[in-house]
Structure formats: structure tokens, C-alpha cells
Write a protein that binds this ligand. Structure first.
Ligand code: KIV
Length: 279
């Protein structure tokens, strides 16, 4: 049985740190799940690392549903959260509920959306129909990026107060957890101590209740942006490119395929065939 929303909420009470990783495809999601990661997040960062967009703005509901279905086929253990992409929830509560429903039908256990107090009513609407919601404050790539670019949030007293207020209102609206993206570590700590639900940090310091990373960043597979907070555990892209170069060279020098990589006909059948076609 995979982890439930309540299991993740309980981890904060039990003072157990929560590991979250993004996942978008069957193969990598199978490995994340096997590693015992607590939550797999089908993030709209898929638009950048899987589809090559400059940012997350162009991502569609159809794309998010496809990624969510692939990850859901791979998971046995983790909770599965999927992002609502840009403009799938901002225009109306009805949109937000319908699109959350689509992600749940695609295999997600919960949805995540960006925004502070301004999203409280929308979140209540989704939670009221029985769909668990994860909030996301601090840097909000779908909108902060349009006005400010990549910028640490909560560095001044005013912005800290706003973030703390946002977190409280999201909790009241019913979120089961809040992602804190690029929030100063002091403010992330205050928020984590203030709310009773788990905070999941990305670039927000050690005092969050859990941490999330984009899987391609962790594995060293995406070079376009290298955020300071994204710890690389390996340099997989170098190994992959080297293997592909070796393959190309083997093809060019006829080293590949070798006998163990091909299939043979029955020798008698081959003899008859040659006689028949006169070769
Ligand atoms: O889309 C994403 O990957 C995210 C995480 C960075 C939290 O929202």
C-alpha cells in the first residue's frame, strides 16, 4: 500500500523528515519509488526538463495528465502529487476543481498549486470536493518569474510577514502541506514552526519538515539552469554522453552488434533458403 496524505502529515508530528522528488516518466519514477522516496511530485518543471520550454508557462493539462499517468504506473510506495499548470486554476474555482479532478483521474493522490492568500478560496473549493491540496509559496515560477525572475523571497521584514500570513491562510484553507521555494531559511524556519502541516523546502534551508529537488538536478542531467540549492549527487549527463559516443564509435567500426546481440536462422532452413533463391 502506498503512502497516504495522512502518513505524510503524521511524519511532521513524528519529527521524521520528508523526502520529495519530482518524477515525470515511468523509468525514473520506478527508481525513485524503489529508493523509498516519500512523495513523488509530477511538477510542472516537466515543461523545462522534459519538454525543453524556457519556463513552466506553456505547460498544458494534457501534458500534466500524461506525465501523471506514467508516474502512477511506476509507483508502489510514494504519495503522488501532481502540479496544476499555469492557467488551469487561476480563472475560476470551477476550472480549479475540474482540472484537479483530471489529475486525480490520471493517478495523482493530491494536487499542488502556486499562490498565497489569494488562492485560499480556490484551495477550499478543491479540498471541499475531497481532493487534497499542497500549497506552494515563496518563488512561484508560474507568476513570480514573470515579474521578478529568480529571486530569494522573504529577505525583508515586510515580505517575511506576507509569507507567514500566506502560510497561515493556506493552512486554514485546508492544504495538507506547503512547498516553500527559495524562501530565506530564517523565514522558512518561522513558517515551519508556525503551521502544524509539513513544509517542504526547495532552496529554503534545513529547518523545513521535508525537502524537494528536481530529479534531473539531483542526477546531474539538466545543465541549462544550475540553482545553488540543487545538490548534485552524480553527473549522469557526462556518463550518458560518453556511453552514446562509445555506441556511435562501435557502430561506425562494426564492433556493434556482436554475435550475442543478434538472432540466427536454423542452419538447415538457411541452406534450403539459399538453394531456393539461388544465392
Ligand atoms: O514543478 C516543480 O518541480 C516544483 C518544485 C520545484 C517544488 O514545483
Amino acid at each position: 500500500m502506498h503512502k497516504s496524505v495522512q502518513d505524510i502529515v503524521n511524519m511532521k508530528k513524528e519529527k521524521k523528515k520528508i523526502s520529495v522528488i519530482t518524477a515525470y516518466d515511468y523509468t525514473l519514477a520506478s527508481m525513485c519509488d524503489k529508493a523509498g522516496i516519500d512523495v513523488m511530485l509530477v511538477g510542472d518543471s516537466a515543461g523545462m526538463v522534459m519538454l525543453g520550454y524556457e519556463n513552466t508557462i506553456p505547460v498544458t493539462m494534457d501534458q500534466m495528465c500524461m506525465f501523471t499517468e506514467a508516474v502512477s504506473r511506476a509507483r508502489n510506495n510514494a504519495l503522488l502529487v501532481a502540479d496544476l499548470p499555469f492557467m488551469s486554476y487561476q480563472a475560476s474555482i470551477e476550472d480549479a476543481i475540474n482540472n484537479s479532478g483530471r489529475l486525480i483521474k490520471s493517478g495523482a493522490d493530491a494536487v499542488k498549486l502556486e499562490g498565497g492568500s489569494i488562492m485560499a478560496e480556490t484551495i477550499s473549493g478543491i479540498v471541499d470536493v475531497g481532493i487534497p491540496v499542497m500549497g506552494h509559496i515563496g518563488l512561484q515560477p508560474q507568476t513570480t518569474m514573470l515579474s521578478q525572475g529568480y529571486k530569494v523571497q522573504g529577505r525583508t521584514r515586510d515580505s517575511a510577514i506576507q509569507l507567514i500570513q500566506d502560510a497561515k491562510e493556506l493552512e486554514e484553507a485546508g492544504v495538507f502541506s506547503i512547498a516553500l521555494e527559495m524562501v530565506s531559511h530564517e523565514v522558512a524556519q518561522i513558517i515551519s514552526e508556525t503551521v502544524s502541516i509539513p513544509t517542504i523546502g526547495i532552496g529554503s534551508g534545513i529547518n523545513c519538515d521535508g525537502q524537494v529537488l528536481v530529479v534531473q538536478d539531483l542526477l546531474g542531467m539538466y545543465d541549462k539552469i544550475k540553482p545553488k540549492f540543487a545538490k548534485r549527487y552524480m553527473n549522469l549527463s557526462e556518463d550518458i554522453v560518453k556511453s552514446l559516443e562509445d555506441y556511435k564509435s562501435d557502430v561506425e567500426s562494426s564492433k556493434f552488434p556482436a554475435e550475442e546481440n543478434w538472432f540466427s536462422m536454423d542452419s538447415e532452413e538457411l541452406k534450403k533458403l539459399r538453394e531456393q533463391i539461388g544465392s
